[in-house]
Structures are given as structure tokens and as C-alpha cells.
Design a protein. Sequence first.
Length: 453
Amino acid sequence: MAASGTVPIVHPVINWSEWTPLFPTRELGVIPQEPGIYLVSHKSLSGVQYVGHSRTDLHDRIWRMGNEIDSDEMPHRDPHTAAPCLWAIADEYSAEYRVCWASIDDIGDDEEQSSLTSTRTIGELATVNDLVGLKAAYIAGYRFVSRQSPTANFGYMIPGYEQSGPRSSGRRGGKLEQDDGEPGMREETISTWEQWDDVTSETWMGFDWETYDLGDFEDPYPDAEGVFRIWQKGTNTLTQVGATTNIRNQVLDAEPHDDGTMVSFDQREIGDISDRQAVATDLVGAHYLAKDIVPTSSVTKEDLPVDEIRDLIDQYESPTVEGKKTISDKQKIRKAVVALANAEGGYLLVGVADSGTVVGIENTGTGKDPQRVEERLLNIIEDGVDPRSPIRFTQIEEIDGGHVLIAEIEKADEIPYSENGRFYQRRGSESRKLNGMDLRQFVEERRTDSPPE
């Protein structure tokens, strides 16, 4: 590993495909139908215009993005958040876009090191959850080297154009009559990458961190803009990072509130919501490069696009997806979640019948209020799953006239998850109970996979 403070000039080891024209989209069949990340560039512009990822199907995600860019009007910000900006670039210059990609199988270990910097490479990418960390690491490195963000990430818009709203708003953007409209990409960053691999240091990423124990009686947290990080005392990995308009609110919302929870913050002006997302990405990316772990952040809680949710529903009984019509059987729900976590992680879909048909959580007797169903699910898991809940985030989306609750399940580390003392692991489309020998093998394998200190 590089000496602490050495800036990682190289990106994570990624075997990118060759650049391929985005148009015509009918010729994109070479793109794999697998999870992965992708880059978008433009013939008339330097650098990378967008860094994206798909948790389910690269081909479908890129193909849909191309169709959005090729529309007559500026598209809405959903299902593809970058489509409005990429449409504006095509309108201003041309549609001469190129894409390259890497599926999960193309991302992994590499013994070679950069001649410029001796930095650790990313280990084998085991789950789709890590795609967010990998994407953040790539963007963070790109921002440091180029001193600017990819043009269409973080909701940025090129000068002379107004951003569209979400589809529900009905508001479409377009070219402004004057060029004094929304700003384009910011050509600066505030993260210096100092002590980048010592994530609890007082100067991590060039910020001036003030550190406190959240369990102390004092409340030094300001109602002000800045960055924050949270971790458990005695550990060297962060559980949460971010950039916010109100440090105090973010810190006091953190869980758990005990003597072992450490909090740092640096009060400073950052900018608008896009700038905050960019800075949070720097922090997540640096942490992932240093620890192979994705801390919770606003940039890791992105809602899944509707098209990717449909892809998950199509895989409702697979090694990484479990569909449940209802949450009425608490033991079965806990068992499914534990089994996914002890395998590769994945998704629990509630409101999906055994046939893969959306029935909607409001039509199953579970309860008519989707938000209450979400609360009940979280309580069910917290009450019977140890050592803690493996649910990273939840999302409720209306699909085919019914609401589906999507819960993303993180992969267990060295300590396996259990359901009231019983251990399970996903094998194919089934949840298999683990015995003593299985558990010993599990711990040995996870220790081998753990990143070096």
C-alpha cells in the first residue's frame, strides 16, 4: 500500500471495452446484459462527459440513455438523470457520442502497479453494491486529475440550457434565449487527497476535521454547511460520510447514538446540491480506494431507475433476488434477507408474486399504506436479525399499477448474519441452512477476502 498521504494517480483496475459509437443504438448488441459501469465521451469535447453504472443490465441502460438523447425534446430527469445534459450537448454540438464499458467480470485484481504512484488496486468486485463505490472512486480520481467533474454527472447542465424536472413535474428544459442561464461543470475541486488512505485522520482529504464522541453530553455540531463523517470507536473504516447544508441535523440523525460513535465535521461553504454531491463522491471514492468498503452517503442511496427495477422483477427467483408477495410471515422474510446477505448480497422485492407478477403491497393484506409496510419490514429485520440489519436502503416504486418495495441487502463480511440464531445462505434460488462446518468455511473465506490494513 502507498504511504499515507500519497495521492492515487491511477484509477481502480478496470478492463474497459473499446470505444463504440452510441448511435445508431440498434448496433449496441455488443454491450453485455450484465451489471457494470460505463463512460460517455463526445467527439467535440475533451474528457469524459458522464460516468454511469447499471446494477442489472449495461446494454439496456445504455440503449435507453441513447433513446432519451435522441428525442426531439429535452428528456426529463428520470429515468436517466444525465439524459437532459447529454441531450443539450447533442443539441449544441452534435450527437457524436462514444461509450465504453466494463462488466463485473472485467473488474478485479491486478498485480501491476502504476509507475507514477504505488497504490493498492481494488480487489475482486463481488457484488453489485460495490458498483457505486467503484463509480465514485473513478469519478473522484477523474475530478482530482482533471480538476473538473464529468459534464453530465451530479445534475450539472451546460451553459445556455435549462435543466428539465422529473417526469412527475411535467417541466421540460431546453435552450435559453440568453447564455446567462444555469452554470456548467465546475472546474475546481476542494478535496486535496491529503492523507487519503487514513480515513479517520485529522486532515483526511485535505479537510480540517473536528472530532467528537456522539455519546458525549455536549452538542458542538453547527447548523451550518460542511462535510461530516461517522465511524465506530476502535475501527478504521467509516460508516457514513457526506456533504450537507446542516451538519447538526445529519449528525443527530445518525445511528446508533452511543459512546462508541465518533463524529467529525469541517464547517465550510461548498456550493449547491450538485457541488455537495460531487464532494460526497470524492469522500466515498477515496474511502473505497482505501478500504474496499462503501460507506453510507447521499451518493450511495440513489434510487433504482424503473427499468432496472423491472429487470430485477424478471429475476425474482435468482441467486441475488428474492420476491415476496407479502411480509406477513416474519420468519420467512428474515430468512430470505439473511440468506442473501450471507451470499453475495442482493435485493428483496415485496409485492411480487411467485410467478414474478406485480401484485402490489397495497393489495396483499399487508396494509394499504406503502410507507407503513416499509416501516414494518425494517422493524421485522431489526427485531430478529443479528448482528445488525443488512438492509442498505429501501425504495418504493409504482410498477404496473402496484407498489413494489425494494430493499437492497449488503453482503456480510467476516461475521455471518443470523435469524434468531439460525444461519442461512442463498444457493441458486433457495435459502440453505448453514451448519457448523459451513460457518467455519464462511469465516475463513471472508477473512481471506478482507482488504489489507
